[in-house]
Structures are given as C-alpha cells and as structure tokens.
Design a protein around this ligand. Structure first.
Ligand SMILES: Nc1ncnc2c1ncn2[C@@H]1O[C@H](COP(=O)(O)OP(=O)(O)OP(=O)(O)O)[C@@H](O)[C@H]1O
Ligand SMILES: [Mg+2]
Length: 158
C-alpha cells in the first residue's frame, strides 16, 4: 500500500496530473471517499495531464459516463446515483473498464467486490485543515510507486 498527503486542491490535481503520465492506456482507476473528499478534483488533474481542459470535467449528473478526448481517451464515471447492479450492465461499464482509454470511476465502492477488478484503487480520506490522505492499492501500485515518485515532490510521499 502506498499513501501520500495533499495539502490543498491544487496538490490533489497535481497528483492526478502525475498519474496521467504514468498510468497505462487502458487502465481503470477506482476512486472512493466521502462526499467532498476530492475525487472530482483528482479527475480534473488527471484530465489536465492528458491535455484536456479541466473545466470540461464535471461529474456526470446521473450516474453516467462522460467521455473526454485528450492524448488518451478519458472515461469519467460517477456511480453515486447507481441504483442497482443491473444498472452497471445497462451502462456497459465493462466496455469502459476494459476499453482502450483510461477509465476513472468515482464512488467505485458501489461496484462491490468488482472494485478489485480495477487496476488501481485510490481511497481519499479527509484530514483536518484541507488535507487529504491518498491511499493507493491494486495491481498497478508497484508500477506507480516507481513512476510517480519521480514525478511528484518528495514531500508528498510518506
Ligand atoms: N486537499 C484537497 N484536495 C481536494 N479537494 C480539496 C482539498 N482541500 C479542500 N478541498 C475542497 O474539497 C472539495 C472537493 O470536491 P470534489 O467535488 O472534488 O469532491 P468529490 O469527492 O468529487 O465529492 P462527490 O462525492 O460529491 O463527488 C472542493 O470544494 C475542494 O476545493
Ligand atoms: Mg465528485
């Protein structure tokens, strides 16, 4: 497991941006954390790293999927309003998870045990004073540890 701390929204975006440079095309990233944890801020940073205007990035308003065209395709899913497991199939989520772009999923815990199928799971914990703790797990962590450490300021890492 790998953790790092963000001190403000801009640092959260920096983490997203750094990840954009290191995740493989076709990767799936699950984000969890309570309301206002910073999941969407993170996706904005990820988008920035892929050459997508971060203002384009808004959470899909009805448990749906937004698609952005950047250096790589970015699929942005928000499962907050997911009502049933059948809906996952209706959305055709598997096609995005195993598709050719990067698929990032807010409220990925709504996938239940399927969360472990994703390449990377990032849990964001709210700490005092606008800080956030990012906890990374999943099969891509070892890969990320190497790549991202070179991209992010050492002080973010523990
Ligand atoms: N270190 C930080 N990282 C990210 N956001 C922060 C931080 N400190 C404060 N914030 C604020 O917290 C809020 C995070 O909002 P954001 O929409 O990204 O959360 P979210 O996890 O996507 O919430 P939701 O579950 O509603 O989708 C923003 O208003 C942001 O300015
Ligand atoms: Mg959000």
């Amino acid at each position: 497991m790998l953790t790092l701390t963000s001190n403000n929204p801009e640092e959260t975006k920096t983490i997203g941006k750094a990840l954009a440079k290191s995740v493989r095309t076709g990767s799936s990233i699950g984000l969890t954390g309570e309301l206002g944890a910073g999941k969407t801020q993170f996706v904005k940073g990820l988008a920035r790293g892929l050459g997508i205007g971060e203002d384009e990035v808004v959470s899909p308003s009805f448990g749906l999927i937004n698609e952005y065209e950047g250096d790589k395709k970015l699929y942005h899913v928000d499962l907050y309003r997911l009502e049933s497991n059948e809906e996952i199939e209706t959305l055709g989520l598997a096609d995005y998870i195993w598709g050719d772009g990067i698929c990032v999923i807010e409220w990925a815990d709504r996938l239940g045990k399927d969360l472990s199928l994703l390449d990377l799971h990032i849990h964001i914990e709210i700490l005092p004073d606008n800080r956030r703790r990012f906890i990374f797990s999943g099969i891509d962590v070892k890969f990320l540890e190497k790549e991202v450490k070179t991209l992010l300021k050492e002080r973010l890492w523990h």
